[in-house]
Each structure stands twice: as structure tokens, then as C-alpha cells.
Design a protein around this ligand. Sequence first.
Ligand code: ADP
Length: 326
Amino acid sequence: MAEIKTIGILTSGGDAPGMNAAIRAVTRAGIFAGLNVKGIYRGYKGLVTDEIVDFKTQNVSNIIQQGGTILKTARCQEFMTPEGRQLAYDNARRHEIDALVVIGGDGSLTGARIFANEFNFPVIGLPGTIDNDLYGTDTTIGYDTALNTIMQCVDKIRDTATSHERLFFIEVMGRDAGFLALNGAIASGAEAAIIPEISTEVDQLAELIQNGFRKSKNSSIVLVAESPVTGGAMGLAERVKKEYPNYDVRVSILGHLQRGGSPTAQDRVLASIMGAAAIDALMDDQRNVMIGVKNHEIVYVPFTKAIRNEKPINRGLLETLRRLSI
Ligand code: ADP
């Protein structure tokens, strides 16, 4: 295989806390291995429009603690077309970039896979998403920070919910995955979580009400994953008003604050280990894989597997939540 001398690094799609720690790790580990490193701004957009600059160790100083991404991120329609990807490839080659490290979610890694196959171009992916919805890795960069943010918000909402004896639906992110909702519910001592993974199997709302989940409680908090499959917090509140009018129901949608903030220690360590592993993978002639972590060990997950979009939720956690919320 052709020797890799220069790598390009970009962050793409939804931003996640810890992306900066990953940029830092890839840059520093790359330079440590004797590689040239180029920073590509605004994800695939910067590759298409040629926003590519040299990255030295100083470019990534003092960023490990910052949320967001210093490389910015974007969604790029042009990269969805063969013409756009050709422009991206031409720019990469003009800058003598031999390989890419892409930090992003499901969509970004889908783009990475297509680009890698089309041009026989080495790409390594890092799972950067708060949703934790990438297959083949136990966790993703940004997930732990978002989970902690959710926990802190729910703690605050609990104070007001208890004072008024209310039922609160709190909508959290996660797209079509219930990891944030389920683990957020356990971490904050919520009464229940309504998640997309089981939405087609059971009427989770009816089950909750029928089980009399609120009888002995001052307040009830239910975390709802934002997916359309769950109905969302608003949809569920409307249903309660119609079907169970005795409940004093309120909605809180946490929204974009879940993406922000300084990454937790766990996310910084994860991003650092994964960033360094991306360089090891390239040196090891690995191509077109996502770096994952399974049982605390680094694993290489082929893109096709990572984006399969069916990462299973741990159903045992649902049962634990049920047992602890009596
Ligand atoms: P995320 O990575 O957070 O899932 P998106 O789904 O928005 O974010 O994807 C980010 C970018 O990845 C898109 O704007 C696009 O440039 C690229 N991308 C996504 N899907 C494809 C695809 N099927 N083909 C080519 N590029 C894609």
C-alpha cells in the first residue's frame, strides 16, 4: 500500500463535546508518528471548497476542555454527489493528503465509506456523536457529556416538579436511539423512559399509567427520546390531556443545550485514546474502519458494520429502571 505521509482531519455532521479532544489527539499522535497534519474546516464542505490548513501541535493547544469543534462542522449537500466528491478528492490530492480521519456520526461515516470506495482512499472514522447510535462500539465521543448534562437538567426539573406534584415529560436527543433517554432516566432517578426501540412493541404510555406509576409519588418524571416513533414529549402530553385528564402534565424539551459544554473526563479520555488509535490504525495498514471501544479495548469496525443503524439497547436496563422506580 502507498505510504502515508500527510493526513487530513475533519469534523462533520452534528457536533459533540469531545470532538476537540479527538482533533488534538489525532494531530499530536500524527505528528509524533512523523506525519504532516492538515486541518479541514467545516467537514466535507471544507474539502470541497478547499478550506485546508497546516496543523501543528500549537494549533491544538488548550482545546481539550472546550466543547464544540475548533474545525467547525457542517452538512454538505455537494458531497452527496459524485461531482462534489470529485472536487473533494482533487483538493485532498492538491494538498498531498494521503488519508483522512473523519470524526462524526452515522451520516459522516456513510459519506466516508462512499468516498473511500470511490477513490480507493484510506479513511479512518472516529465515532463523534452524543447519540451513541453507532454499532460496534460501546460508547461514542460526546455521549457521556450529554448524559451528564441531561442528569443535571433533570435534577433541577425534579425540584420544581416535586413542589407542584406534576407529571413531567422531558424530551432528550438521541435521534432514533434511546440510549440517552434510558440511561438518563436511570442516572436521574426518573420514573420511566419512553424509547423508540420498543415503541412498536408496546404502548409505553398506557403501560405506565396502568401500572399506577404515580400513586405513591410527589412527582413523576419521564424521559422521552425525541424520535417521531415515540411521539415526542409534546405528542405524549397531548395524549395524556385527552386520555388521562386527571394528570397535571408539563413538557420540557432540553434541545441543543445537550450538545454543549466542556467534555467530561470520560469523553476526554475516550477521544484521546481513539484519536491516537486512528493513527495506529493507519500505520497498521487498516483502511476504512471506525475506531470503536469494546470492553475497554480498541477495536476496528468496518464502516459498513458501524452504520448499520441497529445498535441494540440493553433491555435489562429497562427492567432495572422499572424495579427502581416503584
Ligand atoms: P452525522 O454525521 O451527525 O450523522 P449527517 O447525517 O448530517 O450527520 O451527515 C453529515 C454529512 O455527511 C452530510 O452533510 C454529507 O456531507 C455527508 N453524508 C451523509 N450521508 C451521505 C451519503 N449517503 N453520501 C455522501 N455523503 C453523505
